[in-house]
Design a protein around this ligand. Structure first.
Ligand SMILES: Cc1cc2nc3c(=O)[nH]c(=O)nc-3n(C[C@H](O)[C@H](O)[C@H](O)COP(=O)(O)O)c2cc1C
Length: 183
């Protein structure tokens, strides 16, 4: 299968990267896959300028690293979005990437895929679930979520993700299940 992983976090090997790693390990139990990683914080991705040139059907006119994302996104069977909650939503760098996908909103790019949302959060993640359910329903795709609370309300401190092994297992099992059931 073709898998792309969009690493939304500003830091490497943090909570959401760890969830993604366990998800990919689960997928690997059924065989090898083509995996492409994109890390928007380290890429050159300009903001959408709403010029509407893409309405001509010729893609985005901005020539930057998104030009590598477009074909990989189109060909992906599984799109993994690993993002911490930042002010109640995905991180700004991941949002900038999704704004630029406006240039290719059609079933060729969004239909018949498994969208996997891996979230790290302290207190709230509902807006992300609502977002993903809405876009996948519109596109006829499948959506899956693992949300890990990386904060302990009892002590009021952040909690390293390896202290919630049940969420890492959930990510692993989700990867295994998607790899097993996909055609
Ligand atoms: C700038 C900033 C804003 C945040 N905003 C929220 C938020 O609105 N809601 C929430 O539940 N957690 C929020 N958090 C907590 C992170 O989502 C959480 O620590 C996450 O597990 C970090 O994942 P990472 O290690 O992959 O970056 C915020 C963290 C930072 C640094």
């Amino acid at each position: 299968m073709n898998i792309i992983v969009l690493h939304g976090s500003a830091r490497r090997n943090g909570d959401t990267d760890t969830l993604a790693e366990h998800f990919l390990r689960g997928m690997a139990t059924t065989g090898s896959h083509e995996i492409t990683h994109f890390t928007p914080i380290d890429m050159s991705i300009a903001h959408c300028r709403a010029c509407m040139e893409c309405m001509k059907g010729t893609g985005c006119v901005i020539q930057d690293d998104m030009q590598n994302v477009y074909p990989a996104f189109r060909d992906a069977d599984v799109v993994v979005m690993a993002t911490p909650m930042f002010w109640g939503y995905m991180t700004s760098q991941l949002k900038t990437l999704f704004d630029r996908l406006e240039a290719v909103v059609c079933s060729t790019y969004f239909g018949n895929k498994d969208f996997v949302l891996l979230i790290g959060y302290r207190s709230y993640y509902g807006s992300m679930i609502e977002w993903l359910e809405r876009i996948t329903k519109f596109a006829g795709s499948r959506c899956h979520t693992v949300a890990c609370q990386t904060f302990d309300p009892a002590t009021g401190t952040d909690r390293p993700i390896n202290q919630t092994p049940e969420r890492l297992t959930e990510a692993f099992e989700l990867g295994r299940r998607i790899a097993e059931v996909s055609p």
